[in-house]
Write a protein that binds this ligand. Sequence first.
Ligand SMILES: Nc1ncnc2c1ncn2[C@@H]1O[C@H](COP(=O)(O)OP(=O)(O)OP(=O)(O)O)[C@@H](O)[C@H]1O
Ligand SMILES: [Mg+2]
Length: 283
Amino acid sequence: MTAATLRTGSAPPQARPPVRPASHDQAAPAGAGDALLQVDGVTLEYATRERVVRATHRVSFDVHQADRFVLLGPSGCGKSTLLKAIGGFIAPREGEIRLDGQAVHQPGPDRIVVFQEFDQLPPWKTVKANVMFPLLASRKLGRKEAEERALDCLAKVGLSKFADAYPHTLSGGMKQRVAIARALAMQPKVLLMDEPFAALDALTRRRMQEELLALWDDVRFTLLFVTHSIEEALVVGNRILLLSPHPGRVRAEINSHQFGLHSLGGADFQATAQRIHGLLFDQ
Ligand SMILES: Nc1ncnc2c1ncn2[C@@H]1O[C@H](COP(=O)(O)OP(=O)(O)OP(=O)(O)O)[C@@H](O)[C@H]1O
Ligand SMILES: [Mg+2]
């Protein structure tokens, strides 16, 4: 069974995704206490020598367990900066990020990032050693257990045969699968993905989206996925946060769980894509 059919089966009988307009400068909505990840009025800035660059302005959203939550917005709207802040690499200027109710202050093995670049794997380690490395470095598992977990995760992404290969002998898509396996092996509370398929050709990108959804169906991890492709957001996400350009502010939140690869080209899919385009780019 494909990821698309699995998702069709679980889609609620809802024809049109409700759009919740953004209420700027407002704290997280009521009931946020249950969310796994809470981004609460977060302003992020970079201080350069000459000036301060504001990347996001009071952004709020909640990610729930097993969500496939997408951050969608044009280049420069602060998507990567938000992921870095959730990863604990930069501190908010305003607001707070909480994971399981605990404020995020530093990086941790409960938040793992998969990046766009194919060169995120140390080239001197085999595929298996790459996947084992964070498990060993964080002392999460001993060598034997780490090896078992690594082989299990490589099987999940279809790379069992390449466990002993070196990264330079793999295609871009395969390297991204290794990066995904490495992240999943850590069993993070949230898997953070920053345009992981953007550098792939169109066909491989489509296949990776399908595989990611199948993997999610299998493992039910919580995903926070960044893209600037409206189509990819609708295919991958069950909820989509639209960010306005520079500095990023929340424009709207869209429910997209009924869409998947099966809905590509359909009238409802096209209409929603159009609506998102309007929300992102109309003044
Ligand atoms: N290290 C940095 N120093 C100063 N400004 C930065 C730095 N990194 C990003 N910025 C600025 O912060 C803003 C948000 O950048 P960010 O990389 O988060 O955008 P993005 O939404 O991920 O864009 P893209 O889709 O192109 O990846 C931009 O204006 C960018 O120029
Ligand atoms: Mg980015």
